[in-house]
Design a protein around this ligand. Structure first.
Ligand SMILES: [Ca+2]
Ligand SMILES: [Ca+2]
Length: 101
């Protein structure tokens, strides 16, 4: 009887520890999400790369300008979502931030 009670207490304690561990893990994940760097650094990099590639500085990337960035040039048509034959900085940033692997 006493033994059974001890085991039950032990089981309850283990369960409590497990729940506590999950809570800590959950808190850590939540903190990791809130402390994740904002998208700004990546945007800045994409914009910098865009400006470098935009040889005539018209704010759009033509297929010949995109040649300077093979990873972009290879997906030029897919990235040109409005199909105007040019990559806007927005279209470019999307492709730049999700490079093909
Ligand atoms: Ca251009
Ligand atoms: Ca376009």
């Amino acid at each position: 009887m006493t033994r059974t009670r001890t085991m039950q207490a032990q089981a309850r304690r283990i369960l409590g520890v497990t729940v506590a561990a999950f809570s800590v893990a959950g808190a850590a994940v939540a903190q990791a999400q809130t402390t994740m760097p904002a998208a700004k650094p990546a945007d800045a990099t994409a914009q910098a790369a865009f400006k470098r590639a935009d040889a005539n500085s018209d704010g759009k990337l033509s297929p010949s300008e995109a040649v300077a960035l093979p990873a972009i040039a290879a997906r030029f048509e897919a990235l040109d979502t409005d199909k105007d034959g040019m990559l806007s900085s927005t279209e470019f940033a999307l492709g730049y931030q999700a490079p093909a692997k």
